[in-house]
Design a protein around this ligand. Structure first.
Ligand code: XMP
Length: 521
């Protein structure tokens, strides 16, 4: 593995991901992890991440003081990025000072010694992404080789003359540094001698082993929603601890057509987990009677979910055999960690609340097991494929915790649920048929609380309107409406109006986020 000492950079996970993309396993570790602990990871190389601190600040994070001697001495290369470079160079005798002018954003990077293996494949002039206040300003005598500079940063890339230490002041992990990938590859393959053969299958092995060790003789409970993340966790737990894991799937009566069946079929048919399906739809629908305010809907659904989940968990914990239930597994991904850490407000905060059933672990007194915490969404999908989950699950669009309740504007009633469920089913069928499902981020139907006039046969109708929402998005924080082909929209509209009783008009939502949100409620 290549451990990355996390000095607090907002990009630290991105470094890990860039390394994994090259087929080398990277793990984040605390910045001051003792060398004995790092040794256990059998490091082929070590990366010191960037961070918001200044090396001059009292209490700024530091590695184990033995780190550089320990590893450089035995030929394990170290790469310092930004703050990591400053810490490393300082420990090796260089002087770090506040930069005359801080550098943020794209800068021109000029390399002098471009025949150096560390710069292989990098043009003499290229751009790099900078974000720093301090910089290394003098390098002790003959110890370092300056490799690249920017107009205001004389040592934008350096290497030690005799020991395998490399430093870059810029951020090779971001896409704004176009040759950053080459630089990381040079470090990993030339300097560290990694072979780039790590795959997601190795992650499954390593993580399964870790889960088995952590769980021991205890049991685990997982709230399985049928979404990508919790399904991947379920599959991973099935593989590592089998029936020591109980998955609770709550049918809240607000699911799409076939959702519950897909979960049952997948996990009963192909995986060795203990799946409990709890049908609480009546209770959820009763809670929603007469409620029209979107946040109140969410609140009631969230609170009912916690009650139902807690009751099931208690019942399972009360069952004898198999050891005590000690863990609650969650499909938290790295972006969720970031979101909560950075305290997004509004919708994002709500997503957290429902998505990860906020407060549940504490209320239930469980320890958390979050095996996907270091991964990005696309890595989780890859993992799902490796674990053998069906394509329909691995490539699933996100579906909100409150389900169809927020896609029926106004009060949730059985008649509206039937209309939206069928409309949604038709829409998704046509999307898949047109080969557009994987090309869109999220697509769904919304039942509007208005009636419009229509004509069917000889009669005048006065029926409801369905809106189609299709968006493209990378992270769901911003989104644009998808330019679905007119023919697909025409088929969807025809089918919904003809096949869904009570709907006589279909409209297409052409709003971007912001200022609109993805959901209508
Ligand atoms: P918005 O509507 O805020 O949606 O642009 C962004 C993403 O979050 C999903 N979403 C939710 N997910 N509980 C969830 O689990 C919620 O209450 C919720 N509200 C929105 C939405 O589907 C989209 O993917």
């Amino acid at each position: 593995a290549v451990p990355i000492l996390d000095f607090g950079s907002q990009y630290v996970q991105l470094i890990a991901r860039r390394v994994r993309e090259q087929g080398v396993y990277a793990v984040l570790v605390p910045p001051d992890l003792p060398v004995e602990e790092i040794d256990r990871l059998d490091p082929r190389g070590i990366i010191l991440s960037g961070g918001p601190s200044s090396v001059h600040e009292e209490g700024s994070p530091r590695p184990d003081p033995r780190l550089l001697d320990h590893y450089l001495g035995r030929g394990v290369p170290v790469l310092g990025i930004c703050y990591g470079m400053q810490v490393g160079c300082q420990l090796l005798g260089a002087e770090v000072q506040p930069a005359a002018s801080r550098e943020y954003g794209r800068v021109k990077l000029t390399s002098g010694v471009h025949e150096d293996a560390f710069l292989k494949g990098i043009p003499c002039e290229t751009t790099a992404w900078m974000s720093h206040g301090d910089q290394v300003n003098t390098l002790p005598g003959a110890d370092f080789v300056p490799l690249a500079s920017t107009p205001t940063c004389p040592y934008a890339a350096v290497r030690h003359r005799t020991r395998p230490f490399f430093g870059v002041q810029f951020h090779p992990e971001v896409t704004h540094t176009p040759h950053g990938k080459d630089l990381l590859a040079n470090f990993l393959f030339d300097a560290c001698g990694c072979d780039g053969s790590w795959t997601m299958a190795d992650f499954v092995e390593g993580e399964s082993e870790r889960i088995r060790r952590t769980v021991g003789e205890d049991r685990v409970i997982l709230g399985l929603s049928g979404g990508v993340d919790s399904s991947v966790v379920a599959a991973l737990l099935a593989k590592s601890i089998g029936r020591r894991c109980t998955c609770i799937f709550v049918d809240n009566g607000l699911l799409r057509t076939g959702e519950r069946q897909l979960v049952e079929h997948t996990f009963r048919g192909h995986f060795d987990v203990d799946l409990r399906v709890v049908d609480a739809s009546e209770a959820f629908l009763a809670d929603l009677a007469g409620v029209t305010d979107p946040q109140e809907k969410r609140r009631r659904i969230g609170s009912r979910f916690i009650d139902v989940f807690k009751a099931s968990a208690d019942a399972i914990a009360g069952e004898g055999g198999g050891g005590p239930v000690k863990f609650l597994a969650q499909g938290t991904l790295y972006p969720d960690v970031i979101e909560s850490g950075h305290g997004h407000t509004g919708a994002a905060a709500n997503i957290k609340l429902h998505h990860n059933v906020g407060g549940l672990p504490e209320r239930l007194g469980f320890s958390l097991l979050e095996p996907l915490r270091n991964l990005f969404k696309d890595e989780v999908r890859k993992l799902g494929e490796v674990l053998g989950l069906p394509e329909a699950m691995v490539w699933r669009h996100p579906f909100p915790g409150p389900g169809l309740a927020v896609r029926i504007l106004g009060e949730v009633e059985p008649s509206g649920l039937a209309m939206i469920r069928r409309s949604d089913e038709i829409l998704l069928e046509e999307l898949v048929a047109a080969n557009l499902y994987r090309k869109t981020a999220q697509v769904f139907a919304v039942l509007l609380p208005v009636k419009s006039v229509g004509v069917m046969g000889d009669g005048r109708t006065h029926e409801q309107v369905v809106a189609i929402r299709a968006v493209e998005s990378q992270d769901f924080m911003t989104a644009d409406w998808a330019r679905l082909p007119y023919e697909v929209l025409a088929t969807v509209s025809n089918r919904i109006i003809n096949e869904v009783r009570g709907v006589n008009r279909v409209v297409y939502d052409i709003s971007s986020k912001p200022p609109a949100t993805i959901e209508w409620e």
